[in-house]
Design a binder for this molecule. Structure first.
Ligand code: FO1
Length: 316
């Protein structure tokens, strides 16, 4: 079993590459739920939905979230009643949130609904919410405001300076069904090139998950989401300083620290491979910009080869 810690789009690309190499039923993605919010009374799960839609090839091609061929009739009618359109739910996307909200109201767990939605879109790898409990990534801004991640990222356009990030509700949360088994039973644990703070960091903030990764005998290999000192997508460059990490392939490896056995960085950062090695983390340099499935598959292959060499060294 190949277990992947996953955020949104970067993880979806990586998962598509991985399932080009190994059977999808051997792949489990442990997905961030800190972005989730209840909007207009509906439970919305952006990272779970982005991965599902992306792998099902129905994601909005420019946005990389929400649905392709989307319409916004309901959203525009809602404005008639004075609802602020700061977080837009398209008509096709609404069906997912309506189904999820109905099922949760019937007492189904998020993990059950996630499997239903993934199967309905023909996604055959397993998507596991990091937790079925309600948690939320919250941003404390430098001027003292406490914002839900989506308020920070969407309503405020990611502009406010970030003082700190936390996973609200983590103290009451437990890992979702299958999560600890997927980590402890993995042949390899992979850390997708997702946001180290509000995607991977928030998965690790669910009590028990970090310890399971420290405990597993599986090699833990990650892919740097920072290339040439720049973030590939999103706002990791704005959040890494808030957790004291340098915005670089080395800074993220140092931030993950003890968890990593291997770290795959882009050719743009080849000159920093030695610094990663000096952290006691095996380092591979390759093309990490997953513009097509071939690059994504090659990247996944590099990760699996690195994991095999780490395991061989450990078994000696
Ligand atoms: N991002 C935006 O910038 N504006 C939106 O109105 C918006 C709505 C939205 C609805 C559903 C969904 O799954 C994602 C949505 N996103 C929107 C993207 C979302 O903020 C990101 O996908 C993640 O939370 C950050 O990676």
């Amino acid at each position: 079993m190949y277990t992947v810690l996953a955020g949104g789009v970067g993880a979806a690309r990586f998962l598509r590459g991985l399932t080009h190499l190994v059977p999808p039923d051997e792949v489990v993605a442990v997905v961030n739920v800190g972005d989730d919010l209840t909007h207009l009374g509906l439970r919305v799960c952006p990272d779970l939905d982005s991965i599902t839609y992306w792998l099902a090839r129905v994601v909005h091609p420019e946005q990389q979230w929400g649905r392709a061929d989307e319409t916004h009739v309901v959203a525009s009618e809602l404005e008639r009643f004075g609802h602020e359109p700061w977080f837009t739910l398209g008509d096709r996307d609404l069906a997912t949130h309506l189904h999820r909200t109905l099922r949760l109201a019937e007492g189904a767990r998020l993990s059950q609904v996630t499997t239903e939605v993934a199967r309905a879109f023909g996604v055959d790898l397993r998507l596991l919410p990091a937790t079925d409990d309600e948690v939320a990534t919250r941003i404390t801004t430098a001027d003292g405001r406490d914002l839900h991640f989506q308020e920070y990222w969407v309503r405020e356009r990611g502009r406010p300076e970030v003082a700190s990030v936390r996973l609200a509700g983590a103290e009451h949360a437990v890992p979702g069904p299958g999560v600890l088994e997927a980590i402890e039973g993995a042949e390899v644990v992979l850390v997708a090139p997702s946001n180290p703070v509000v995607s991977i960091g928030t998965i690790l903030a669910v009590p028990g998950i970090r310890a399971a990764i420290e405990r597993t005998t599986a090699p833990v290999v990650g892919v740097s989401p920072i290339v040439g000192g720049e973030v590939v997508r999103g706002m990791a460059h704005r959040l890494l300083p808030a957790v004291g990490a340098e915005v670089s392939a080395v800074g993220v490896a140092r931030h993950y620290g003890e968890l990593l056995d291997g770290w795959v960085i882009d050719r743009a950062d080849a000159d920093r491979a030695e610094e990663v090695g000096a952290l006691g983390i095996a380092c591979e340099v390759t093309d990490t910009m997953m513009d097509d499935v071939e690059v994504a598959a090659a990247l996944a292959g590099t990760c699996l080869e690195l994991a095999a060499s780490i395991r061989a060294r450990a078994d000696r």
